[in-house]
Design a protein around this ligand. Structure first.
Ligand SMILES: [Zn+2]
Length: 190
């Protein structure tokens, strides 16, 4: 993990230390909220241009992300590469292209995210690209906090590899020390 990148996430409050209840119900001593770093355009630009360097030789024609978390990342990666950025969004639970966005059959796309946790949104975007007879040549994210195999066709490129410990509540050492817990969903909703 690169220290200068980690510092940006910490200084903007995107990477929090404490006692958190995750959406899975498990407890952790750290929490990532990427929107807090992406609210600063200069940080968004810097981080996404770093990510874009990994993809420069792939000659992609567009970057695509799942809304809402990936939209700024797609925009800034695309800006660094001089290509266009689009996003997919769920309509009745199904990942869809709206707003006049189109993917042509011969295109090569990059799929990006802010944080990859389970890879579900990323997989849905890849399926959307493939359904248009286009190709995915790269997957990228600012932070990878996946704990299990992601079942993706390509290995994602991630700026930060987050290996947060997490526990069942009954085994949480922070609970055992009576440290107050925060549900990030209430204050840091993703
Ligand atoms: Zn706990």
């Amino acid at each position: 993990m690169s220290d200068d990148l980690l510092t940006i996430f910490k200084e903007t409050g995107a990477l929090l230390e404490g006692h958190f209840k995750l959406s899975s119900g498990r407890h952790s001593d750290r929490y990532m909220q990427c929107a807090r770093v992406l609210q600063y355009p200069q940080h968004a630009r810097f981080l996404c241009s770093r990510l874009a360097e990994s993809f420069r030789d792939l000659n992609a024609t567009a970057v695509i992300a799942p809304a809402l978390g990936g939209v700024i990342v797609a925009h800034e990666v695309a800006a660094a590469l001089g290509i266009r950025a689009i996003f997919g969004e769920r309509v009745d639970g199904r990942m869809t292209l709206r707003r006049g966005f189109a993917i042509e059959p011969d295109e090569t796309l990059l799929v990006v995210e802010d944080v990859i946790t389970t890879g579900k949104s990323t997989r849905e975007i890849i399926e959307l690209v493939i359904s248009r007879s286009a190709t995915v040549s790269g997957i990228g994210c600012l932070a990878d906090r996946s704990v299990q195999s992601l079942d993706l066709p390509l290995q994602p490129v991630s700026l930060l590899q987050l290996d947060f410990p997490n526990w069942e509540p009954s085994e949480c050492p922070l609970c055992q020390n009576d440290i107050p817990i925060i549900s990030p969903g209430s204050r840091f909703n993703r």
